[in-house]
Design a protein around this ligand. Structure first.
Ligand SMILES: [Ca+2]
Ligand SMILES: [Ca+2]
Length: 92
């Protein structure tokens, strides 16, 4: 949790408001921390993800909005890993 918080702060202060993450900062964060997220073929993935996270529609991600992304991402990875695990058990 400490690491998540310090990397949030690091990226939030790159541009504009040092307390919030804009689209450029979000892109830099994803590039640095979860590059596999960018392997999607959808060129608007980040924009769409950001729009769905930006609950108050102010164009920036406050820490609560940002951490809901991290939570969703962790849950999705966990589900994906569990599927792989189940398949490997079935396959043996
Ligand atoms: Ca910022
Ligand atoms: Ca917002």
């Amino acid at each position: 949790m400490e690491d998540l918080l310090s990397s949030y702060r690091k990226f939030a202060k790159m541009e504009g408001n040092p307390e919030t993450i804009n689209l450029n900062e979000f892109r830099e964060y994803v590039k640095a921390e979860i590059p596999t997220y960018l392997e999607s073929k959808d060129p608007h993935l980040l924009e769409n993800t950001m729009a769905s996270l930006d609950v108050d529609k102010d164009g920036e991600l406050q820490y609560k909005e940002f951490f809901s992304f991290i939570t969703q991402y962790i849950v999705a990875s966990y589900n994906a890993n569990n599927k792989v695990h189940r398949y490997s058990i079935n396959g043996s």
